[in-house]
Write a protein that binds this ligand. Structure first.
Ligand SMILES: Nc1nc2c(ncn2[C@@H]2O[C@H](COP(=O)(O)OP(=O)(O)OP(=O)(O)O)[C@@H](O)[C@H]2O)c(=O)[nH]1
Ligand SMILES: [Mg+2]
Length: 322
């Protein structure tokens, strides 16, 4: 794995020293062209994302979900799979956020001293941060796609469920090419919590629509996480019935107000190892890496003319007028 080539970063003004202080008298300054500003390796802020987008286009994926629903683990599992080699038909082609990825997966490693793999809780902050992942098709390595995947503390999203005016602060959703809403599989397994978990996803989508963050152009992917906890139990049939009626209900409530609404299942990191790392995430990653037009606004599509006067607008001009 190599670090991101830095061909698209604007160079800093040469100042003489790495810390920016002037060079001592007599020192030979390196040629300005040798000075390259390296990315910090941390997750990108919204401002840094905008700077990046001025040089290179990227698909922005916004992960939304309650506290502990599995957002950060999902992102970490993708990186974890690329550490082992090609994944989802793609090769790793670089990242501006390698340090952030390493920090996220630290608690899942043996050197963290933990007996069971865990993920560090995302702390609250005013803005989302973006993890950058560039990949190339294994069959055509020159076809590179850059993904920017947003992460944010689940509490922020929980607050917005009840107050849709908070939604305007979620810039990551307004910029998103894919909005991924997580349903926590662990809470679905728990009979006491399942109704609330389902309701949380419903309320979140409603708040995002009412707050203007989602529209007829939005591509929304509802992902049930931690499927390892839902498979192979005594109440498999009941769980599957519950998920089916949850999806039918969401589609009938919001399908017509969104560009696209689809459903996915993942087990990003099964601690018992029944499922491989990033189970089901490969299908999502393939979809995110597929370049596509956003759905058209339905209001852009002209209605069928109903009377002769409206039909005039669509009639070809007679040749003698040209
Ligand atoms: N069994 C199982 N546990 C998982 C899976 N994915 C995540 N978890 C666990 O769920 C817990 C929460 O995961 P996170 O990825 O931190 O959740 P989050 O949505 O980022 O949470 P916040 O940062 O608090 O908003 C952690 O203890 C994970 O180990 C999975 O696929 N299976
Ligand atoms: Mg998190």
């Amino acid at each position: 794995m190599t670090s991101e080539a830095n061909d698209d970063v604007p160079l800093a003004e040469p100042t003489g020293q790495p810390d920016g202080s002037p060079a001592p008298a007599g020192a030979i300054a390196p040629p300005a062209d040798d000075r390259v500003e390296l990315p910090s390796g941390e997750a990108l802020s919204p401002v840094e994302l905008d700077e990046f987008l001025r040089f290179r286009s990227a698909t922005i994926v916004s992960l939304i979900g309650e506290r502990s629903s599995g957002k950060t683990t999902l992102i970490a599992s993708i990186y974890g799979r690329f550490l082992k080699g090609p994944f989802a038909g793609r090769l790793f082609a670089g990242s501006r956020s390698l340090l952030a990825f390493e920090r996220i997966i630290h608690d899942s490693r043996v050197d963290s001293g933990r007996a069971v793999a865990d993920t560090h809780r995302t702390s609250r902050s005013e803005t989302a941060s973006f993890l950058h992942l560039a990949t190339a098709a294994a069959s055509a390595p020159s076809q590179r796609v850059d993904l920017m995947i947003s992460d944010r503390a689940g509490e922020d999203y929980a607050d917005a469920r009840g107050i849709s005016s908070l939604v305007s602060g979620f810039l990551e959703i307004q910029k998103a090419d894919r909005v991924v809403v997580l349903l926590d599989g662990a809470r679905i397994r728990n009979r006491v919590e399942r109704a609330e978990a389902v309701q949380a996803v419903r309320q979140m989508i409603r708040a995002l629509l009412d707050g203007g963050a989602l529209s007829e152009r939005s591509v929304v992917q509802v992902v049930t996480t931690k499927m390892d906890l839902l498979a192979g139990g005594d109440d498999d049939a009941e769980t599957s019935q519950l998920l089916t009626s949850f999806r039918d209900d969401l589609t009938s409530a919001f399908g017509a107000r969104l560009g696209e609404l689809t459903y996915w299942e993942v087990a990003a990191r099964d601690p018992l190892g029944k499922f491989e790392l990033a189970h089901g995430v490969d299908a999502l990653l393939m979809e995110w890496n597929t370049p596509r037009e956003l759905p058209k606004l339905r209001s852009d599509v002209a209605p069928e003319p109903t009377d002769e006067f409206d039909r005039l607008a669509f009639r070809p001009r007679p040749a003698r007028w040209s």
